[in-house]
Design a protein around this ligand. Structure first.
Ligand SMILES: [Zn+2]
Ligand SMILES: [Zn+2]
Length: 375
C-alpha cells in the first residue's frame, strides 16, 4: 500500500532543519507483513534525541531510512504465524526486537537480544527483511525495527507490546522509548529503594522520565541537574527536592553538599562522557552511576580506577531501561493510570507529519520535552 512517511536520505545536513529539510515526507510503498510480522496504522510517534543523532550523523545508520522509534498504533493486518495479537489491537513499539531464544533473551535480558541488535544495525526487521520501497523502487531501511514516522508501518510482532484501547495515543507513544528507558533505568537497572538518594543529570525526555521513576520509588533527596534552568519548575513539580544549575558553579560539589557526601545513585541521560564523569564523582562510597545517554561511539570515559575497589563504586549501562517490554510497558502504564507516573506532563507539543523538521529544530534548541506527531 502507498503511505506517507518521513524519509532521511542524507545525514549531517545543517540546522535549522526547517530550511535544510533533512526529513522528506514521501509517498512510499509498504509491503504486506511477512511471517511473524504486523502491519500497524501508526497513531502517534514521539521525537527523540536518538532520531536526532541519526539526522545529524553522530549515530551512523544505513541510508535511506524511515525514521521514528517511539510510537503507538493499531494493528490492521497480521502476517502468517502471528500469535498473541489480533487485528484492531493497540500496540506500543519497543525499539529492540527480542527473539526470545538467544542467550540474553533466555537470561531475561531482552534489551540485549543479539538478533535484535544485528537487525537494528542492518536497518531490517527482526526476520531480516525490509518492507519499504520509494517511488523509484529503491528499498528503504527501518529504524530500530519501528519506523514510526509513517501513516502505516510493518514491524516484527517481537517489536510490539499490546496495550489498553483507551489510552490516548500521544501518551501511549511515550512508553515506547522515553518512559521505558528513563523509568526502567531507575527501577530495573539502579533498583532504587525508598529513601535512597538519587541525582538525575540531564532533564530531556529520558531524564525527566527517570525523575518520575525516582519520585515513584520515593527517592530522597531527589536532585535534578541541567544547564537549562527553565526546566527546573517542571522538575520540582514532578518531585525533584533540589535543582542544580550545571552552568552556575560546580554541580558535583552542590550535589555532594545536598546529599551530605554524595548520592547513592546518579543517573546520566545527557550522552556526554564529561557529564558521566561528573555523575560518577557525585556518588558516595558504595554508590552506583547508571548511564542511559548515548555519547558518540569514539568517546572514552576516565575515572579514578582505585575508587572502584576501595569505595566499591559501580558504573552500569542501561539500554532501553534494562526493560522486559511485555512486563514493563503494562506495569508503567498502570503506574501512570494510578497517578504515580504523570507522563502527560512531559508532552509539550503535538505536530503534523509535515511539521517534523521544525520539531527537530525545537529539540536541538532544548525548547521542548516531548513532541509527538499525530498521524
Ligand atoms: Zn528514543
Ligand atoms: Zn534474543
Amino acid at each position: 500500500m502507498k503511505v506517507r512517511a518521513a524519509v532521511l536520505r542524507q545525514v549531517g545536513q545543517p540546522a535549522p532543519y526547517a530550511l535544510s529539510q533533512p526529513l522528506v515526507i514521501e509517498k512510499v510503498e509498504l509491503a504486506p507483513p511477512g511471517p511473524g510480522e504486523l502491519c500497524v496504522r501508526v497513531l502517534a510517534a514521539g521525537l527523540c534525541h536518538s532520531d536526532l543523532s541519526v539526522i545529524d550523523g553522530s549515530r551512523l545508520r544505513p541510508m535511506p531510512m524511515v525514521l521514528g522509534h517511539e510510537a503507538t498504533g493499531e494493528i490492521v493486518e497480521l502476517g502468517a504465524d502471528v500469535q498473541g495479537f489480533r487485528v484492531g489491537d493497540r500496540v506500543v513499539f519497543c525499539f529492540i526486537p527480542n527473539c526470545g531464544r538467544c542467550e540474553p533473551c533466555a537470561s531475561g535480558r531482552p534489551a540485549l537480544c543479539e538478533l535484535g541488535a544485528a537487525a537494528n544495525a542492518a536497518g531490517t526487521l527482526l526476520g531480516g527483511g525490509r518492507r519499504w520501497l520509494d517511488a523509484n523502487g529503491v528499498t528503504l531501511h527501518h529504524l530500530l525495527g519501528v519506523s514510526g514516522f509513517a501513516e502505516y508501518t510493518v514491524v516484527s510482532a517481537r517489536s510490539a507490546v499490546r496495550i489498553d484501547d483507551d489510552l490516548v495515543p500521544e501518551i501511549a507513544a511515550l512508553f515506547g522509548c522515553a518512559v521505558m528507558t528513563g523509568v526502567g533505568a531507575v527501577v530495573n537497572t539502579a533498583k532504587v529503594a525508598a529513601g535512597e538518594s538519587v541525582a538525575i543529570f540531564g532533564l530531556g525526555g529520558v531524564g525527566l522520565a527517570a525523575l518520575l521513576g525516582a519520585h515513584a520509588s520515593a527517592a530522597n533527596p531527589l536532585i535534578a541537574i541541567d544547564v537549562a534552568a527553565h526546566k527546573f519548575k517542571l522538575a520540582r513539580d514532578l518531585g525533584a527536592t533540589h535543582c542544580v544549575d550545571a552552568g552556575d558553579g560546580d554541580a558535583v560539589d552542590r550535589v555532594r553538599e545536598i546529599s551530605r557526601g554524595g548520592v547513592q545513585f546518579a543517573i546520566e541521560s545527557v550522552g556526554s562522557e564529561r557529564v558521566l564523569a561528573q555523575a560518577y564523582a557525585a556518588t558516595r562510597r558504595g554508590g552506583t552511576t547508571v548511564t542511559v545517554g548515548l555519547p558518540p561511539p569514539d568517546r572514552m570515559l576516565s575515572v579514578p580506577a582505585f575508587s572502584l575497589v576501595t569505595e566499591e563504586r559501580t558504573i552500569k549501562g542501561s539500554y532501553m531501561g534494562s526493560a522486559v517490554p511485555s512486563r514493563d510497558v503494562p506495569r508503567f502504564i498502570a503506574l501512570y493510570r494510578a497517578g504515580h507516573l504523570p507522563v502527560d506532563r512531559m508532552l509539550t507539543h503535538r505536530l503534523q507529519l509535515d511539521e517534523i523538521n521544525t520539531g527537530f529544530d525545537r529539540l536541538v534548541r532544548a525548547e521542548t520535552i516531548r513532541q509527538v506527531v499525530l498521524l
